[in-house]
Design a protein around this ligand. Structure first.
Ligand SMILES: *[C@@H]1O[C@H](CO)[C@@H](O)[C@H](O)[C@H]1NC(C)=O
Ligand SMILES: *[C@@H]1O[C@H](CO)[C@@H](O)[C@H](O)[C@H]1NC(C)=O
Ligand SMILES: *[C@@H]1O[C@H](CO)[C@@H](O)[C@H](O)[C@H]1NC(C)=O
Ligand SMILES: *[C@@H]1O[C@H](CO)[C@@H](O)[C@H](O)[C@H]1NC(C)=O
Ligand SMILES: *[C@@H]1O[C@H](CO)[C@@H](O)[C@H](O)[C@H]1NC(C)=O
Ligand SMILES: *[C@@H]1O[C@H](CO)[C@@H](O)[C@H](O)[C@H]1NC(C)=O
Ligand SMILES: *[C@@H]1O[C@H](CO)[C@@H](O)[C@H](O)[C@H]1NC(C)=O
Ligand SMILES: *[C@@H]1O[C@H](CO)[C@@H](O)[C@H](O)[C@H]1NC(C)=O
Ligand SMILES: *[C@@H]1O[C@H](CO)[C@@H](O)[C@H](O)[C@H]1NC(C)=O
Ligand SMILES: *[C@@H]1O[C@H](CO)[C@@H](O)[C@H](O)[C@H]1NC(C)=O
Ligand SMILES: *[C@@H]1O[C@H](CO)[C@@H](O)[C@H](O)[C@H]1NC(C)=O
Ligand SMILES: *[C@@H]1O[C@H](CO)[C@@H](O)[C@H](O)[C@H]1NC(C)=O
Length: 494
């Protein structure tokens, strides 16, 4: 029964030897009259630790007091009825047994040594990047190692608050605890962690706690509704316009990302928040390249979700109508071409005469006559887009150069007036430009005023040449003026 030592002074007893000792016990041993005591400093030791075991008896004549153990042991002293051993490098639970003989009878006493160790790892598994409010969040805590498991508990924490406590029973190397937590707005930026409690207070030791690194949760809430998007339906190229996109009920509003796009082009937007309401506004100027129907997209992203609204916007260009005269001032008798022109897809109608097709000009020719002077031509243009028709008009005035002409009806060719009376010579000439009209007495060259009263004298009698003149030529008419002396019924002529 002398075990071979590995180290000088250190004895080892094989478990088989221990077993043999047990089997050799004679039934009803009288040695129990003097029991063998087994005192351990502490039956619960930290892993790798050491402890002192004292085997003692009151037997007056004890022999061969020894300690049976699979652990490294070293005798640290003995005396009458006792032997003490130091057990070191205790890494697993084991049983120790003291044995000895009293008057040839074997005495035994055993004790269990429990090893405790802290978990090697306590980890709260990563939380989702964003957690929707009102949905369950699963907290998962992994614990590796730790003993004894019967004394080990896993505690999930929100800040300092204990959410739940679970026994880590069983003996797998790792335990995982999962707990559903209903995420709320209060949980935004809250720190979650996981703690192990190794409670050795019943064993006379203390409570050992290990805590995981905290993980911060971000929660968000997005309403089910889509954003409210306000855009003009139609826009003419060159106009500056704005678009508004609003959504209420967002949490946390400060984290919302808004994207406003026209077609595939991102618009620069300014975002404002009022409480849980976000408004994004963008201003842009419609350009020729954007012509056509474009989709405006407003996308609000929060957390792992987004809401989107789309509206169609038609950007158009409406050029014209441009109304043109081949000659704005045409001499009488010349041909004038009137043309009405507008941009692509625009239908023009000139003086009630529609163009052959949209985008085509409408035109006609006329022989300029005096009657066409100051004539106004009208052109109407219309553009149809998505069921909406836009109209625009244009007009132009033609000037016809004609004349001069002295109107026979408005210029009496024979006049008979009384001497020394006030009279008016009425005479008018037409023409464009306005002709100058002068009447001269053919014999003397005397000019008489036209259209204003003058005192008629006898010498005014005679033949007058009335001449209208303009850049377009001259027209002459002869007027005979007869001035009579009027003396109590007697009439004389010159
Ligand atoms: C072992 O126990 C005996 C009896 O109780 C005592 O006299 C002795 O001092 C103890 N030895 C040690 C090392 O504690
Ligand atoms: C403790 O025991 C373990 C195995 O049980 C062994 O690997 C280790 O070397 C021992 N340590 C000492 C200091 O004896
Ligand atoms: C030691 O542990 C064994 C089982 O592992 C048990 O049967 C025995 O009763 C225990 N002894 C003491 C003294 O607690
Ligand atoms: C969250 O989990 C608890 C417990 O499993 C369950 O009772 C509850 O209905 C769940 N709530 C939601 C919104 O899934
Ligand atoms: C969570 O932890 C972070 C970093 O440790 C800290 O800045 C933050 O204030 C904590 N949040 C709460 C709600 O305690
Ligand atoms: C666990 O906690 C104990 C004290 O409670 C400490 O000594 C030990 O270093 C901790 N272990 C880890 C892995 O942090
Ligand atoms: C967009 O919002 C701003 C400020 O709220 C307002 O001034 C503007 O008229 C709005 N624009 C449209 C197109 O609704
Ligand atoms: C947008 O789309 C048009 C055609 O759909 C393409 O020609 C253009 O390059 C695109 N622009 C960008 C910035 O992707
Ligand atoms: C948006 O703003 C940036 C800087 O303010 C500017 O460089 C860019 O041209 C703008 N884009 C549009 C489409 O207006
Ligand atoms: C909204 O924008 C985000 C980020 O640009 C994108 O991941 C998401 O797919 C968009 N949502 C929709 C519905 O297009
Ligand atoms: C925009 O126009 C396209 C094609 O014309 C159509 O498919 C789509 O439904 C329209 N979108 C909206 C929001 O009216
Ligand atoms: C215009 O006048 C010319 C001759 O001056 C004539 O041949 C032509 O038929 C006229 N056209 C119209 C439309 O009256």
């Amino acid at each position: 029964m002398v075990p071979s030592g590995l180290l000088p002074g250190v004895c080892r007893t094989s478990p088989i030897a221990l077993l043999l000792v047990c089997c050799l016990l004679p039934p009803g041993a009288q040695g129990q009259q003097f029991p063998l005591r087994l005192d351990v400093q502490s039956p619960v030791v930290p892993a790798g630790g050491s402890l002192l075991v004292n085997c003692s008896t009151d037997c007056p004549n004890p022999k061969l007091i020894t300690l049976e153990t699979s652990l490294s042991k070293e005798p640290v002293g003995n005396g009458l009825g006792w032997a003490a051993f130091q057990l070191s490098n205790v890494t697993s639970n084991s049983q120790v047994l003291c044995s000895g003989f009293c008057d040839g009878t074997q005495m035994t006493s055993s004790s269990n040594i429990t090893v405790y160790r802290f978990p090697e790892r306590v980890e709260l598994l990563p939380l989702p990047r964003w957690q929707p409010v009102g949905e369950n969040l699963t907290l998962r805590c992994q614990v590796a190692g730790g003993a004894p498991r019967d004394s080990l508990f896993v505690v999930l924490l929100r800040g300092e608050e204990e959410l739940s406590r679970h026994p880590a029973s069983g003996e797998p190397a790792e335990v995982e605890v999962t707990v559903p937590v209903l995420a709320g707005r209060d949980d935004h930026l809250a720190n979650f962690s996981c703690r192990t409690d190794l409670d050795l207070r019943p064993q006379g030791l203390r409570l050992f706690q290990n805590i995981s690194a905290p993980r911060q949760l971000r929660t968000f809430a997005l309403p089910m509704t889509t954003p409210h998007l306000v855009v003009p339906r139609f826009l003419e190229v060159g106009t500056t316009w704005s678009v508004n996109c609003t959504l209420d009920g967002l949490f946390p509003a400060s984290e919302v990302q808004v994207q406003l796009a026209l077609g595939n082009q991102t618009l620069n937007s300014t975002v404002e928040s009022h409480g849980n309401m976000i408004t994004a506004t963008a201003t842009a100027t419609a350009s020729v390249e954007q012509e056509g129907t474009q989709e405006i997209v407003c996308n609000m992203t929060l957390g792992s979700d987004s809401r989107e609204a789309r509206e169609n916007l038609t950007i158009y260009s409406f050029q014209g109508p441009i109304l043109n005269l081949s000659e704005p001032s045409a001499p009488e008798g010349t041909a004038v071409i009137v043309t009405c022109l507008a941009g692509p897809r625009v239908q023009v109608t000139l003086e009630g005469l529609p163009a052959a097709a949209p985008g085509q000009p409408a035109q006609f020719q006329l022989n300029a006559t005096e009657r066409d002077d100051r004539r106004i031509f009208f052109c109407n243009a219309s553009l149809e887009m998505d069921g909406k028709i836009l109209h625009r008009n244009s007009s132009v005035q033609l000037r016809v150069l004609y004349g001069p002409k002295i109107d026979q009806a408005k210029c009496p060719q024979r006049l008979t007036w009384k001497d020394k009376t006030l009279n008016v010579l009425q005479c008018e000439a037409r023409g464009n430009p306005d002709p100058q009209l002068h009447c001269f007495q053919e014999s003397s060259g005397l000019e008489v005023p036209i259209g204003i009263p003058f005192l008629v004298r006898l010498n005014y009698s005679g033949t007058y040449s009335c001449k209208a003149a303009s850049s377009q030529g001259t027209h002459t008419m002869t007027v005979v003026m007869n001035v009579r002396v009027c003396r109590s019924g007697v009439t004389s002529t010159m």
